[in-house]
Design a protein around this ligand. Structure first.
Ligand code: ACM
Ligand code: ZN
Length: 518
């Protein structure tokens, strides 16, 4: 058994050991930056170094590599820097697991899926640039290649937009979180965003920004109340939960704002993708908003859900003209109407919807499995146990070439500290990366568990010690139920009650639901 996660496609163990306790001596190659980064993780304890050579082999795919460890040398082949970097990550794992003494091995490896993502929600809790970079390092260690950066939320706007300075001056701060009385805030300047994106690129990771709309916009509405249907003056949200004051899709000024924001966002994120969110957008305001209702009439639409599909479509066309692919969350109510050239991160598809999902791929839609079960890392180990993450069918339903991969998501409502983030992320991220990298046939859960001690040692080597044990990550019934109870309690129903009262107030003030009048 080789201590490498994700498990390589092919690995033949050979007799003998290679001694790298003195570190490595790299022959010059064109991928110096990757070599230098690798060497930072190596701490030699002896004199003699193990020679490493790298050769370019254009016949290999972009992320493919071979790694041959012999007693007296290491040889790597790759067609470009990504494959080379992945070879070094495998080498690093062998090095750390064996304390410098590595098994001789012949590895030939490449990923199963092209899209191997990790979502970081910095809207609920801001994370400093160095913490974000730490997660990007962790991504490379797991051979993940898409950084989904969830930058805007009801509870905080985190990306500087020069044309709308209030978004960060005001929208990045909230007075408290639930009932804790403590202010929270923070944002990334455009220079910091460029630095983060560059950091991703150096690690062969593309950066996909998410500007969530039309829902999850209360922080922006706080700064510019005219973005909402009734120009409501609202605070940056202080409690979790789905908010009802969303962008008004009836006003032309809203679309101008969205396009202005995206103009700056696409300049900062050059990888050709923008995620527009689209999730959890209740239509309680649109149903009674004269602007939205007028727009529905003008466009000959049947309802508010079609208005959302139209809104997404207009922004998608705008981005497409700039050469940018739009992604949204799959939302049931706008399915069927949403343009097929918008890719979906699928987060809440149930088994009964598999046929519909398959039909979307047949229509030409690209899908990414971001299913909350089992790929939300903030959800309890009771809900998403380690075993479920490992054994999931990544394709969700029948394989289709339009299912291009998967994302693990670290939402942060219940994750106020880095320590908690690590505890929820590991070891599940190890299981996730193997699910999305390695072929189904080669995956074996028990054998994966046997590699966990070495995985923990690897995480320890980069300062991550607060991880969940295998037992904790697969809780029994009683403990699982308690954990779930705690999670549900912490989620609080306060926001539900607040929505109920607030919605009644809005309805009383601005009119009845348009559908009630019929
Ligand atoms: C989501 O979890 N609302 C995408
Ligand atoms: Zn409106």
């Amino acid at each position: 058994m080789l201590n490498i996660i994700p498990k390589p496609l092919k690995a033949e163990e050979l007799p003998g050991k290679a001694d790298a306790r003195g570190g490595f001596a790299f022959a010059p190659c064109e991928w110096e930056q990757d070599t230098a980064r690798f060497l930072q993780y190596i701490s030699p304890s002896k004199e003699v170094k193990l020679p490493v050579t790298a050769e370019k082999d254009p016949s290999l795919e972009k992320e493919e590599y071979t790694l041959k460890v012999s007693e007296d040398k290491v040889k790597i082949t790759a067609s470009c820097s990504a494959g080379y970097a992945y070879a070094l990550e495998s080498l690093r794992q062998l090095y750390v697991a064996g304390g410098g003494l590595m098994p001789c091995v012949n590895i030939s490896d490449k990923p199963r899926f092209a899209w191997r993502g990790f979502l970081l929600d910095v809207g609920r809790y801001y994370m400093p640039v160095d913490t974000v970079k730490k997660f990007i390092d962790i991504m490379l260690m797991h051979k993940l290649n898409v950084f989904h950066f969830h930058l805007t939320e009801d509870q905080g706007w985190r990306i500087e937009i020069k044309k709308y300075p209030l978004l960060t001056q005001e929208g990045s701060k909230r007075s408290h979180t639930n009932f804790n009385h403590k202010p929270h805030g923070g944002f990334y300047t455009q220079e910091e965003i460029k630095d983060i994106v560059n950091y991703c690129h150096e690690r062969h990771i593309i950066a996909v920004p998410e500007i969530d709309m039309p829902g999850h916009m209360q922080a922006a509405i706080h700064c510019y109340p005219e973005l909402s249907c009734f120009d409501r003056k609202l605070p940056v949200a202080t409690h979790w939960g789905v908010k009802h004051d969303i962008l008004c899709a009836g006003k032309d000024s809203t679309m101008r704002f969205v396009k202005d924001v995206l103009d700056e966002v696409v300049e900062l994120f050059p990888d050709g993708y923008v995620h527009l969110g689209g999730d959890e957008a209740p239509k309680t305001r649109w149903e009674i908003c004269p602007h939205c209702q007028e727009k529905i009439k003008q466009l000959g639409l049947e309802n508010e859900n079609q208005l959302q599909a139209h809104f997404v479509g207009e922004v998608k066309d705008y981005l497409k003209a700039k050469g940018v692919q739009t992604i949204t969350w799959n939302e049931d109510e706008i399915s069927g109407k949403a343009p097929a050239d918008v890719a979906w991160t699928v987060w809440n598809v149930l088994e009964k919807d598999f046929n519909k999902m398959y039909a979307e791929m047949e229509r030409g839609r690209t899908l990414i499995n971001a299913s909350s079960v089992p790929n939300y890392l903030d959800l309890t180990y009771n809900k998403n146990p380690l075993k479920a993450v490992y054994t999931q069918p990544v394709t969700i339903c029948k394989p289709h070439e339009k299912m291009v991969g998967a994302e693990a998501s670290l939402w942060t409502e219940q994750i106020p500290t880095l320590k908690r983030a690590y505890f929820m992320t590991f070891p599940r991220l190890g299981a996730f990366c193997e699910a999305v990298w390695s072929e189904d046939m080669s995956r074996n859960y028990d054998e994966f568990l046997a590699r966990i001690p070495a995985y923990e040692k690897l995480l320890n080597s980069v300062g991550i010690s607060h991880t969940a044990s295998v037992k904790r990550a697969n809780p029994g019934k009683l403990f699982g139920a308690l954990e779930q109870l705690w999670f549900n309690k912490v989620q609080l129903c306060w926001h539900g009650l607040h929505n109920l009262i607030d919605n009644a107030k809005v309805k009383k003030k601005y009119g009845k639901n348009i559908h009630d009048k019929k």
